[in-house]
Design a protein around this ligand. Sequence first.
Ligand code: 4NP
Length: 157
Amino acid sequence: MKILMVCLGNICRSPLAEGVLAKKALKAGLNWQIDSAGTNGFHIGQPPHHFSQQVAMQNGIDISKQKSRLFTADDFDNYDKIYAMADEVVHEMKYIAKNKFDVCKVDLLMNELHPGGNKDINDPWYGSEDVYYQVYQLIDAACEALVNKMKVIQLNN
Ligand code: 4NP
């Protein structure tokens, strides 16, 4: 299973989502490949925001080696599931992917925690340190729900 996490800059939310899900999947024995990308390309090649790195590190996750990359239409060929951090990200993905956009592969990450709730994980870019901790809690809870769901599905197969 190949999973892509997508936000706008790929420096605040989706690098955290990549790191958190990778750790949880490994612990659960799920052979998943997880990556992340951003739709705006403003920070290509840069490591995650220092507050994202900090909150990850405090939870035993090193995301410092990640580098921001642009989301592309080809990501729909290369990934089984693509999670957007917010609805505006889905809109940007549609604009970038055009006819390659595959609605079956895309969901908001928060729908794993609250199915059908269509809640965003808001962009923390202009926020203070504590906003990054709130973002981490949401991402952690959603990724926990996703891994637990997949463990049940695997057990039943
Ligand atoms: P992210 O946050 O989408 O969670 O990485 C942002 C980072 C940078 C910008 C926007 C959102 N920006 O416009 O530069």
